[in-house]
Design a protein around this ligand. Structure first.
Ligand SMILES: Cc1cc2nc3c(=O)[nH]c(=O)nc-3n(C[C@H](O)[C@H](O)[C@H](O)COP(=O)(O)OP(=O)(O)OC[C@H]3O[C@@H](n4cnc5c(N)ncnc54)[C@H](O)[C@@H]3O)c2cc1C
Length: 403
């Protein structure tokens, strides 16, 4: 096992760090000021992001998430994604590697027709538009995708879609021009063949964007939205793969996406640890810097140990995906999807504590990081669902010896 970065990963990571230091971190206050001035309920697109996108492209930091596009393996991309996690609100989008676009682009690459690719994938790869993925519904437990109720009924050359979705990330931003919508085309079919996915352009009559849900009071610039579909009609050529393939596509789509979240979570944890260390060196309480207090040292050391453990697990999982595909790595993907967000949350929580009141204010990134990391225990399958998968595998495991 070689723990060193490959020469290619070292090169991209080096350029990514330069980009972060020279462009992304200085852009953070500009981005925040622009949003604050307009009010956080405004979902306009801060212009500084377009500047960053141009700069990232000129540095060869673009569409790095996919082997066919940038030549990086999942293992190599893991280290780049971790760096982008240091500034999770803007860095992933700046390099066109933000969720849910990456998952949607991968879905179109795998299952899109040449026409679908030309219409939607090409502008997504160029960063000209954004996209949404509408699976979760307010009325049913959507962690079990078989529960999805939205109906997709064929009527001649068209599908008619009726239903409600929520937590469709990205929908508040008007650049989000296309939704991949999951619904049922065959409600009486076998449980895993009832669902299909269709492409629904934003401006389709009958598609209403009802509201944008905050996360712990924070309004994301791209928004997490509730959508209502009332007799929405799209041509049957908008189906992805074929009727009944929705469940299969959902599985294929979520594998790599889950691990990208984990890589970025580790980057968030690293930044929180950096802040914890710096604060503890500067702040003096009871006659000594916080860094000299045993409990603070304990928080720092535990954070380093847990981050390094989680990183190794993410890298192992990324390597398994490279060698055996997302299906072959599904247990590890589930395991790391539980472990990495929890490590990030624990480290951010300790960093908040070391900052005292400042930690829960908006004067540091920590409160926002905490809110974001907390959602990772729910998005792309809640912990309980992944734990179920890991337990099933463990119970079935053959052992070299049973005493
Ligand atoms: C910030 C954010 C962004 C999101 N973005 C998107 C998006 O872009 N597109 C999209 O379609 N969805 C998105 N989601 C939705 C997310 O994927 C769902 O919330 C998630 O899959 C859980 O579904 P649910 O909310 O219906 O919870 P439910 O299915 O109702 O589950 C609720 C809880 O029940 C428990 N539970 C469930 N199953 C089991 C079990 N087998 N054993 C024990 N306990 C169990 C778990 O504790 C779980 O958290 C997003 C959510 C958030 C918070």
């Amino acid at each position: 096992m070689d723990f060193a970065l490959s020469a290619r990963a070292e090169d991209v990571c080096g350029r990514m760090w330069d980009f972060m230091r020279e462009q992304v971190f200085p852009a953070e206050p500009v981005y925040d000021a622009w949003r604050a001035e307009r009010g956080h309920d405004d979902h306009g697109h801060p212009p500084v992001l377009e500047d960053l996108k141009k700069e990232a492209r000129s540095r060869g930091l673009w569409n790095l998430f996919h082997h066919e596009l940038a030549g990086l393996t999942n293992l190599e991309y893991a280290s780049v994604a971790e760096i982008s996690g240091w500034s999770p609100t803007i860095a992933p989008e700046a390099i066109n590697c933000g969720a849910p676009d990456t998952g949607n682009m991968e879905t179109l690459m795998l299952f899109g027709t040449p026409e679908q690719k030309q219409r939607w994938l090409d502008p997504l790869l160029e960063g000209e538009i954004r996209s949404g993925f509408a699976m979760t519904e307010p009325d049913v437990a959507s962690s079990d995708a078989r529960n999805i109720q939205t109906s997709i009924v064929r009527d001649g050359d068209e599908y008619v879609i009726n239903g409600r979705k929520w937590w469709t990330t990205g929908a508040a931003d008007e650049r989000c021009q296309i939704f991949i919508v999951m619904g049922k085309t065959d409600p009486d079919g076998p449980p895993h063949r009832q669902q299909s996915m269709v492409l629904v352009p934003r401006d389709t009559p009958g598609l209403e964007i009802v509201r944008h849900l905050p996360v712990f009071g924070y309004q994301d610039q791209h928004g997490h939205s509730e959508l209502r579909f009332t007799d929405v009609r799209v041509p049957v050529t908008n189906v992805l793969a074929g009727e009944g393939d929705g469940f299969m596509i959902a599985q294929a789509r979520l594998g790599p996406g889950r691990i990208h979240h984990c890589m970025r979570a580790i980057g968030m944890a690293e930044r929180a640890l950096m802040l914890m260390v710096e604060r503890s060196k500067q702040r003096v309480a009871f006659g000594r810097p916080l860094a000299d207090q045993g409990t603070v040292r304990d928080a720092i050391a535990r954070s380093r140990i847990e981050i390094d453990q989680a990183r190794l697990y993410v890298l192992k999982t990324a390597d398994l995906i490279d060698r055996f595909g997302a299906k072959g790595a599904r247990t590890e993907i589930s395991a790391i999807k539980v472990a990495a967000p929890q490590v990030a949350l624990d480290v951010i929580d300790r960093a908040i504590q070391v900052h005292g009141g400042a930690g829960v204010s908006n004067d540091t990134v920590l409160a926002r990081f905490y809110a974001s990391a907390r959602t990772l225990r729910i998005v792309d399958g809640p912990d309980a669902v992944h734990i179920r998968g890991v337990a099933k595998e463990e119970l079935a495991r053959e052992r070299p010896w049973v005493g």
